[in-house]
Design a protein around this ligand. Structure first.
Ligand SMILES: N#Cc1ccc(Nc2nc(N)cc(-n3ccc(CO)n3)n2)cc1
Length: 284
């Protein structure tokens, strides 16, 4: 399953905010290897004591990330249990969640956004080949390890975070439009196709500066969105809008394979688009 870490080997530094039913902190873990003391900077993700019934979903998500390793998947060192506290110990990713990074008004180029989309597609392709469903693909769960530097030709680098508490536990409606429509009726059997739908919604976020799609809509309006088979406002970039629409097909079986997604992303030529539309107008 995963490595158990002794509570006394962990040190909490500052709080970095909170996720759903969790709080995150920067911290350090100490290891002793061949008699030497090593401290590693880590991210401590603590499950709210009040949500103890979520602990198996919390640990399931930790063990999912511990069983596989890939350059674009977050490294989970293990978990620590101390009384009512359940803590997941993760590698500390330097720039944190992508949605907040984009919202902070960093102006990033179209090719920067495409690089991120391609890296997410390759992480999804890896999971698809292993028949592993992530279940919570969204910009909040993309972590930025390297900002990249256009002038030096250095691309950004992202890591897909753990899915967190399963969608079955959360109010599914809250997760519209990232959660695939078919999940509303059956939150317990997530499929690989569900991740494709979420991929589409996440690419939409990336190209809309981290703004959440359907921002501010209430639960009824969100449910309506699915019941009337509505689509997210299309990007001005027709080829990109088309890929997002393919991924967010209401018929799960018609969503493209990861290989097709990667092929289409690679064929999106940034040159002409970049010149024509340097910044994508925010479409709500
Ligand atoms: N200011 C700032 C700042 C905040 C966080 C990090 N680092 C980090 N490392 C991880 N392993 C996971 C996360 N997360 C952030 C949200 C979630 C939701 O799950 N995870 N953040 C770096 C800088």
């Amino acid at each position: 399953q995963f490595h158990m870490i002794k509570y006394e080997d962990l040190k909490w530094d500052e709080s970095l905010g909170q996720g759903s039913f969790t709080r995150i902190y920067r911290g350090h873990k100490t290891d002793i290897r061949d008699g030497e003391n090593y401290t590693t900077e880590v991210l401590l993700k603590e499950l709210d004591a009040g949500h103890k019934n979520c602990w198996e979903s919390f640990f399931e998500s930790a063990s999912l990330m511990s069983q596989i390793s890939h350059k674009h998947l977050l490294l989970v060192y293990g978990v620590s249990v101390h009384g009512v506290q359940n803590i997941m110990v993760q590698e500390f990713v330097k720039y944190g969640a992508l949605d907040l990074y984009l919202k902070r008004g960093r102006s990033v180029s179209v090719s920067w956004k495409l690089d991120v989309a391609k890296q997410l597609a390759s992480a999804l392709n890896f999971l698809e080949e292993k028949h592993i469903v992530h279940g919570n693909i969204c910009a909040k769960n993309l972590l930025l390890a390297r900002e990249g530097d256009q002038s030096q030709g250095i691309s950004p680098f992202i890591k897909l975070s753990d899915p967190g508490i399963s969608v079955a536990m959360l109010v599914v409606l809250d997760r519209i439009p990232w959660v695939a429509p078919e999940v509303l009726d059956a939150p317990d059997d997530l499929t690989l196709e569900c991740d494709k739908w979420s991929f589409g919604a996440t690419v939409w976020e990336i190209f809309n500066n981290g703004n959440s799609p359907l921002q501010g809509w209430d639960l009824d309006e969100k449910r309506q969105f699915y019941e009337s088979f509505q689509k997210l406002p299309p990007s001005q970039w027709a080829e990109l809008a088309d890929l997002i629409t393919q991924c967010m097909d209401y018929q799960a079986a018609l969503r493209p394979s990861c290989r097709s997604i990667i092929r289409q992303l690679n064929s999106l030529i940034t040159s002409d688009y970049e010149i024509l539309h340097s910044t994508e107008p925010v479409t709500q």
